[in-house]
Design a protein around this ligand. Structure first.
Ligand SMILES: [Zn+2]
Length: 327
């Protein structure tokens, strides 16, 4: 505590010294010239890098601040335990920001979009930005040749339709057979799954004729392989990309908070339909990411959502990517 107080004092002292320096007439004039209204231009919302011959673009569909993190992450733990972990990692104890990151992969012969964000219905709230940001990144929705769906939650299938028409008019679709079978079964159309199943009926089912259904280990196209990672949903899939020996794992919703889920993969997450399976899958997938030292892109990781995993005695540490893709 003494050290912190001393540091605060020294910061204050420095601030006063800087203020005194500004009081000289020349410096004051320079400060006046620098005055400008705040820019209304936000961050570009996409991040592009190369993976061998593939071009990868992480696109931020939006960010959503929320309360009550303990009601989502670590629902089987004491609230104080969740708060303590977050504060230890320089995060607020209760509030958090969720972000949504579809990935666009140009292989040279296909432009593949992995998941579609929340869509038009969320735009008023500042989300559903995939479409605008895909265009800002130099492509049009008509350029997308394949849309891959990792699973059928609304934040992944919401952008499939635009004004009642397919949002990516020239695309075919690829998704897991198990996921499709689960959500389209009669018993899902009422009860706790009713809302989500209605979204599937509106957005996914009309595209079924243009969809290829795959299972664990199946290729989407050369260099892109699907892997079943069930738990979050019964047919949740992740995708392994490989080009010229460079690899990237799109982990979708295997882990949904870079601290609360990755540091404590055994904690239950309310978003996981099967909480035990979700925890087991998370451990299996991130053990692999850590052991093979490959980068991953997690749909709900902090934007640009790409990083590495260090295995700790308990859980994992998220190491955001820096210049690895520039070399
Ligand atoms: Zn999600």
């Amino acid at each position: 505590m003494m050290t912190i107080a001393a540091d605060r004092r020294s910061v204050l002292t420095m601030g006063l010294a800087a203020g005194a320096a500004l009081a000289t007439p020349q410096l004051m004039m320079r400060a006046a010239q620098a005055k400008a209204p705040s820019s209304q231009v936000g961050n570009p919302g996409f991040n592009r890098f190369r993976l061998g011959a593939f071009e990868i673009t992480a696109i931020n569909d939006g960010t959503r601040p929320g309360d009550g993190i303990h009601t989502i992450f670590g629902v089987d733990r004491d609230e104080a335990e969740v708060s303590a972990l977050l504060e230890e990692n320089f995060l607020p104890a209760d509030r958090f920001v969720n972000s949504f990151t579809p990935a666009l992969v140009n292989t040279g012969s296909d432009l593949v979009l992995f998941d579609t964000g929340l869509g038009a219905g969320a735009r008023e709230g500042g989300l559903g930005q995939l479409r605008a940001r895909l265009e800002a990144s130099g492509y049009t929705p008509g350029d997308v040749t394949i849309v891959v769906l990792t699973h059928f939650h609304g934040d992944h299938i919401g952008g499939l339709m635009e004004g009642g028409e397919p949002a990516f008019p020239n695309a075919r679709y690829v998704t897991g057979q198990a996921e499709y079978d689960f959500w389209t079964a009669d018993e899902r159309q009422s009860g706790p799954t009713e809302n989500a199943a209605r979204g599937v009926q509106a957005n996914v089912v009309p595209l079924a004729e243009k969809t290829t259904f795959i299972g664990d280990g199946d290729a989407v196209i050369p260099g892109v392989t699907g892997m079943l990672a069930a738990g979050h949903t019964p047919g949740h899939m992740i995708f392994h990309l490989e080009s010229e020996g460079r690899r990237l794992l799109l982990t979708a919703d295997t882990s949904n908070h870079y601290v609360a889920s990755l540091r404590r993969p055994d904690w239950h997450v309310s978003f996981d339909m099967d909480k035990e399976a979700g925890a087991a899958t998370s451990t299996r997938v991130f053990d692999m990411v850590a052991a093979e030292r490959i980068p991953f892109l997690g749909y709900h990781m902090p934007f640009p959502a790409v990083g590495f995993i260090e295995k700790l005695d308990v859980g994992y540490r998220f190491v955001p990517a820096s210049y690895q893709f520039l070399l």
